[in-house]
Design a protein around this ligand. Structure first.
Ligand SMILES: Cc1ncc(COP(=O)(O)O)c(C=O)c1O
Length: 452
């Protein structure tokens, strides 16, 4: 449904809640200014309602979690049913049947589907926990502590993930507490608009990256390469199509593990069940999170049974890696319902088609400030440029505020802050996409100096 606003944005209730929150929440957590935030009260499908009764369209899927829409009915009824049965258990001591079923289902959808036999899973709550489980697995399996990551990657903000490699702004304040085992290399950008065949510019980036990777692996004890198939928070950066196959080859030749972070790109977001499937690359370990339970925190680090068994000893009564909420029953119940929906073969096609439509509508904005469209499927980014064709951070954040006042929830990212992030629910309609495109066109046309 299109937005419907009842008050100025933010409305009076949101403003008063912001004042109360500012008094009692650490000030670094929730960004506040006269235009931000709105306080969410309920959500359904592609819409969110705030505390003042305003209805918004969500172009973020709430950080990529609600690709299936907010509160899909089958997921909600799984939650209701589970809430009556068991809310909290003892995940790594006395587990539930739900945990059995979730681990089985994740195995079916990943390594079994990829023809590698059964997968084994370590469940976690948030995304960074799954990455840290993968880092531990790689050390145990290879005996080598080094990890190669990519500049502008985002794997979450735990100390393990920050140490492996993270954007400088997240890492720098804590650098003195971080161990030194990560080596960061440039993430290659596909410059040919994602046609199947990459241009020589793309290929030469891969050549120099391959040389740099081999050099690092020869010089340091590197156990794993950790990569996002498409950089999300780094600005929806699609690498050349040969990137993942090249990583796979180097890993095979050097006995290094390939860890793919599919926390954002996985579960149909990029138009295939997992983004790595576009280049038929099978990782050694894959990390899932975000939309896994469609709204409750649940993450997973998954690897082939042989690798997981080689890395981890049998439990002697005390798990080496666990959390209090591991295998949380409502989260597992929701994940089973969500994974059933994700398994529908037509969903990936739908995401591709809607992503293409979204691109076509944005491409119609014939203004120099509307730059390239990045991404794949419904993980899209639009570059906003100034009159000299440079990244325009101010205009980009201006649109985030402008669109919120029109009832659209949009975020921006990339190191230069000039990429509008478009991560809508998979059921986004043509009318809803047109609404975004016309709001962007109207905004960019209103900028001083705009010329078409
Ligand atoms: C690719 C990727 N990996 C890991 C994470 C971290 O997940 P979480 O915030 O749940 O720890 C994120 C979060 O945005 C992400 O986009």
């Amino acid at each position: 449904m299109l937005p419907e606003l009842q008050t100025e944005i933010p409305g009076p209730k949101s403003r008063s809640l912001a004042a109360r929150l500012a008094a009692h929440e650490c000030r670094n957590v929730t960004f506040m200014n006269p235009d931000f935030p709105i306080f969410w009260q309920r959500a359904a499908g592609n819409n969110v309602w705030d505390a003042d009764g305003n209805r918004y369209l969500d172009f973020t899927s709430a950080f990529g979690v609600t690709g299936l829409g907010h509160s899909p009915p089958s997921v909600v009824s799984a939650l209701h049913h589970q809430a009556d049965q068991l809310i909290h258990g003892m995940g790594d001591v006395h587990p539930t049947e739900l945990k059995v079923a979730v681990c089985e289902k994740i195995s079916h959808l990943t390594f079994e589907r990829w023809g590698c036999g059964p997968g084994k899973t370590i469940l976690g709550n948030t995304g960074f926990e799954a990455i840290e489980a993968a880092l531990k697995t790689s050390l145990l399996a290879t005996g080598k502590p080094g990890v190669i990551t990519f500049e502008n990657a985002y794997h979450g903000l735990g100390y393990g993930t920050l140490a492996a490699g993270a954007m400088d702004r997240f890492r720098r304040p804590f650098a003195s507490q971080l161990p030194d085992f990560g080596y960061s290399l440039p993430f290659p950008h596909c410059t040919c608009g994602q046609s199947r065949e990459c241009t020589p510019t793309c290929l030469s980036q891969l050549d120099s990256l391959e040389a740099a990777l081999r050099k690092k692996i020869n010089k340091y004890p590197v156990g794993a390469i950790l990569a996002e198939p498409i950089q999300g928070r780094g600005g929806k950066v699609v690498p050349p199509s040969g990137f993942l196959p090249m990583l796979r080859l180097i890993c095979d030749e050097t006995g290094t593990l390939l860890i793919l972070d599919e926390i954002l790109t996985g579960l149909n977001r990029c138009g295939s069940l997992f983004a790595c499937e576009a280049s038929t690359t099978i990782p050694d370990l894959v990390c899932l999170g975000k939309s896994l339970a469609s709204g409750l925190p649940l993450s997973a680090c998954v690897g082939p049974a042989e690798l997981m068994d080689r890395a981890w000893p049998a439990s002697d009564g005390e798990a080496l890696h666990t959390t209090t909420h591991l295998g949380n029953p409502p989260a597992c119940a929701m994940a089973l319902a969500a994974l059933d929906l994700h398994s529908a073969p037509e969903l990936a096609r739908q995401v591709c088609d809607r992503g293409e439509y979204f691109r076509s509508q944005i491409k119609k904005i014939d203004l120099p400030s509307c730059g390239r469209i990045r991404g794949r499927g419904l993980l899209l980014g639009v570059e906003i440029l100034d009159a000299d064709g440079r990244p325009d951070r101010a205009a980009t954040s201006g649109f985030v505020v402008h669109s919120l006042k029109k009832g659209l929830i949009v975020l921006a990212d990339s190191p230069t802050g000039n990429v509008l992030s478009i991560v809508p629910p998979f059921d986004i309609s043509e009318d809803e996409m047109n609404c975004f495109a016309s709001c962007l066109q109207e905004y960019l046309t209103s900028l001083p100096g705009s010329i078409s």
